[in-house]
Design a protein around this ligand. Structure first.
Ligand SMILES: O=C(O)c1ccc(O)c(O)c1
Ligand SMILES: [Mg+2]
Length: 634
């Protein structure tokens, strides 16, 4: 698949954008007119720079408001088009995007449009230019890709084709199957964009909220499957108008963009495979495997979703507070590593590593968080996967930066890579009894999960800097095979927290990404690790007996709980006495409590009853408010 990206996706000057696209590995780019008009580079400079960088210049765009106009305007529009065709010759570009008229269209007649687009195609032919006509979702008369294609077919000129842009098609819920019947020679260009499903006018949605494939909710693999089956083999180019990407680091965003296309390519191949195996022939036999299409789709090393958490690592220069809280939670100290400055603590199958080497560069080197967090912060997560080597190879092909861990002879070498928020992700191999092979490095026979209470890591909640949130969703989807669940918004005193659960189908791994406002006083984010136990009330009593500092829940909360659920008075009194939170839905019940925060980290204990699958979201505002209050007063 030939990869492309529109310069409008990125921040910086045209030169900076082009360099970032080349470094990220794109084959070609779309030049957005604004980027050229505002550039000190001559068209000849741009042409040379692209050639030097190994980038093809695939599309010049946009040319606006051409069709459905009065005779006077048509003359002016053709003159305007000719000027652009001449400019394109200097750039060495042969394809221009013409979008359907939104502003000056005054005559709603397909016959007239065919006549006017025919004149444009003839002029383009004289200049060796191909016109790719795109139906904008908010076009005045032409806003449906099939309508645009019908006009192209009616004009029937070799210099006129269509541009298919997934946003304009999927935002309007148009069926994508008819694309398959298109003559591939009439598809001049394909743009892909994802988006979260929002209810707002389509123009605002398109101009501000597009995201890279895998970061939104559109069925892009299916869209691409139809495009591939039509026989299209030209560039597949990202055109993402997004307020955050346009102000983020250009090289980093270009890599995020490239990752999204590598992933989409694989997902499209999978969609085609699934679609062709699902089909049965006339004789009842299964259709053969994926047909060959003009567009070749590369695949990636295949990984199943992780089987569970292997460990969570907290970094801290000063480990005292952490050790105290873990001890009060019932964790056992399992020893220090033979050669590294790390401690192992466990409760049942839940393992927490305390890494005494505080990260020099803080939680996120590129964010506006404090430069050096000496206080505890989540530094790494270990996941059990079937094959760490295959999973690491996949992550690497998806441009995840590797983090090699120094290790001595005969110690387990973890394959690892850095997530966008710089949390290190390690790929481990679990054992069938739920223990980890590496724990003997902390001393022989120390880990004895059968002896203690049953406990596992239920979920980990990572705070994401606002500019990396979408990138993180794609990252965990593509590299770790976690699936994004519908996101929630939680009010907190410092702002609205967007919460995105990433999980495996069996929920053995639940990772919650929070787009959290930065605490302005302390310049840190708060993150937490949650452990699931069988009997939360008993656990809470034990923790209290050991002197654990619970997050203090206000009495108003328990009154509200009673109003909502009508709980038995004894049970309600127990919840209140122990500072426990409660939730219930059609699937089951959820009990949980939080510890006070140590550095940037706090812990949660949960009990899931029945098939409860949530996280106590209705309680999250209470938790945020209490933590905020706590921070203000200490
Ligand atoms: O928002 C726009 O105007 C616009 C312009 C060009 C495109 O290709 C597009 O998809 C949208
Ligand atoms: Mg477009």
């Amino acid at each position: 698949m030939r990869t492309g990206i529109a310069t409008v996706c990125l921040s910086g000057t045209l030169k900076e954008k082009m360099q970032a696209c080349a470094i990220a590995g794109f084959d070609g780019i779309e030049i957005f007119e604004q980027d050229l008009v505002t550039s000190p580079l001559t068209p000849e400079d741009v042409r040379k720079m692209a050639a030097d960088l190994g980038l093809t210049l695939d599309l010049y765009q946009p040319f606006r408001d051409f069709d459905s106009v009065s005779e006077d305007l048509l003359v002016a529009n053709l003159r305007r088009a000719e000027a652009k065709f001449k400019l394109m010759a200097r750039l060495g570009m042969d394809t221009v995007l013409v979008c359907s008229n939104v502003a000056t269209a005054s005559i709603d007649s397909d016959d007239l449009r065919v006549e006017q687009l025919g004149q444009l195609a003839a002029l383009a032919g004289d200049h060796g230019v191909k016109v790719a006509y795109e139906a904008l979702a908010w076009g005045k008369y032409v806003n449906d890709y099939e309508h645009a294609h019908k006009l192209v077919e009616a004009v029937d000129h070799p210099n006129l084709g269509t541009c298919l842009d997934s946003f304009h098609i999927l935002s309007r819920n148009w069926d994508t199957a008819p694309i398959e019947a298109f003559n591939p020679e009439k598809i001049f260009f394909v743009q892909v964009a994802d988006a979260p499903k929002l209810s707002m006018d389509v123009l605002s949605w398109s101009r501000h909220y597009r995201v890279f494939p895998g970061e939104g909710q559109f069925e892009l693999a299916k869209f691409m499957g139809h495009v591939v089956r039509a026989g299209y083999s030209g560039p597949v180019s990202l055109e993402i108008f997004n307020d955050v990407f346009r102000q983020s680091d250009v090289e980093r965003t270009a890599v995020d963009a490239m990752r999204s296309l590598i992933w989409l390519e694989e997902q499209s191949a999978k969609w085609l495979d699934a679609a062709s195996t699902g089909a049965t022939g006339a004789d009842g036999t299964q259709a053969p495997g994926r047909r060959r299409y003009p567009m070749e789709l590369a695949t990636l090393p295949q990984v199943a979703e992780p089987a569970g958490y292997n460990f969570a690592e907290v970094r801290a220069a000063d480990t005292q507070g952490l050790e105290t809280v873990l001890g009060q939670l019932g964790f056992e100290f399992n020893g220090r590593h033979r050669t590294k400055d790390v401690q192992l603590w466990s409760l049942g199958h839940a393992r927490v590593i305390i890494n005494e080497a505080a990260p020099a560069d803080g939680h996120d080197p590129s964010a506006d968080a404090s430069p050096a967090i000496a206080a505890p912060a989540i530094g790494a997560l270990g996941f059990d996967v079937a094959s760490p080597v295959i999973a690491a190879a996949r992550a690497q092909q998806l441009k995840a930066p590797a983090v090699p861990r120094k290790s001595q002879a005969n110690e387990e070498v973890f394959q690892g890579f850095a997530a966008p928020d710089s949390t290190e992700i390690f790929l481990c191999q679990g054992t069938s009894d739920g223990t980890a092979a590496w724990t003997s490095e902390f001393g022989e026979g120390l880990e004895n999960p059968a002896a203690g209470p049953a406990a596992v890591i239920d979920h980990v909640n990572l705070a994401q800097p606002w500019q990396h949130f979408d990138e993180a969703v794609l990252f965990y989807t593509s590299a770790l095979a976690l699936e994004p669940q519908p996101f929630a918004e939680v009010p907190s005193p410092t702002g609205l927290v967007r919460s995105q659960v990433m999980a495996t189908g069996d929920r053995a791994v639940r990772l919650v990404l929070n787009l959290a406002p930065l605490n302005q006083q302390r310049k840190t984010y708060q993150e937490h690790i949650a452990f699931a136990v069988d009997d939360l009330v008993a656990t809470a009593r034990d923790c209290r007996a050991r002197g654990l500092e619970f997050l203090q829940i206000p009495a108003n909360y328990y009154e509200d709980l009673d109003a909502r659920f009508g709980l038995a008075p004894d049970f309600l009194a127990t919840l209140q006495a122990l500072n426990l939170l409660y939730d219930r839905d059609a699937d089951g019940e959820f009990l949980h409590f939080y510890t006070a925060t140590v550095g940037s980290v706090f812990f949660e204990m949960v009990e899931r009853r029945g098939a409860y699958d949530g996280y106590g979201a209705p309680n999250a505002p209470v938790r945020h408010a209490v933590q905020y209050d706590h921070l203000q007063h200490r």
